[in-house]
Design a protein around this ligand. Structure first.
Ligand SMILES: N[C@@H](CCC(=O)N[C@@H](CS)C(=O)NCC(=O)O)C(=O)O
Length: 200
């Protein structure tokens, strides 16, 4: 299997951490998303990464679907709980973390416009939404204090690390209000799947 990814994509990082936590071997294909004919376009008409290309050449996207596929491919260790309530909770937090990624990406792209072309209202709304969502994740992370040495991280924790790591990379000021969440993320740095996938 091959995963098309970039070093900084939080969506790809979620999948890369899941692959390492589940110990699933997978080759990485780094993509330059600015190139007109980058490799992922052949497998995803939207040209978005991550894309997982299976050994038979068929493609799986987007990141949430890839995660579901990995759970089917290798059910143990599970990163999505089997218990129905815990499962929905985990998927809700994954959705929240994905929303943080989406909104932070939109904020970053808007910031890249010259000052006089920026939509100040959009920037403020996006910032407010990300901060509100980070506050929820910080509350969730209070219950995850002892996971640094856990045999496997669950999807809620994986998605949270990918989202918070991306905010830390692109909008570190947003995290100033969330020292507990930042400390929790740093407490996991020793895990190979976390250090090996850190955005650079
Ligand atoms: N919902 C998708 C989002 C993927 C996404 O937006 N990836 C970005 C990179 S961080 C991308 O490929 N952007 C290139 C483009 O939109 O053309 C997922 O979860 O995989």
């Amino acid at each position: 299997m091959r995963l098309y990814a970039t070093q900084t994509s939080p969506y790809a990082r979620k999948v890369r951490i899941a692959l390492l936590e589940k110990n699933i071997p997978c080759a990485l294909e780094w993509v330059d998303l600015r190139a007109a004919d980058h490799g992922a376009l052949e497998h995803n008409p939207l040209g978005k990464i991550p894309v997982l290309v299976r050994n038979d050449g068929s493609a799986v996207y987007d990141s949430a679907v890839i995660i579901q596929y990995l759970e089917i491919l290798r059910p143990e260790p599970a990163i999505i709980p089997h218990d129905p309530e815990a499962r929905i909770e985990t998927l809700r937090i994954e959705a929240l973390a994905s929303g943080i990624m989406d909104t932070t990406v939109a904020w970053v792209l808007e910031q890249r416009h010259s000052k006089d072309c920026q939509d100040a209202g959009m920037l403020q709304r996006a910032r407010g939404k990300v901060l509100a969502a980070l506050a929820v994740l910080q509350e969730e992370a209070c219950a995850w204090k002892d996971v640094a040495a856990a045999p496997v991280l669950n999807l809620a924790q994986i998605a949270t690390i990918a989202a918070v790591g991306y905010v830390d990379l692109r909008a570190p000021d947003f995290l100033l209000q969330f020292p507990d969440l930042t400390a929790w993320m740093h407490s996991l740095r020793q895990r190979p799947g976390i250090s090996a996938t850190a955005p650079q």
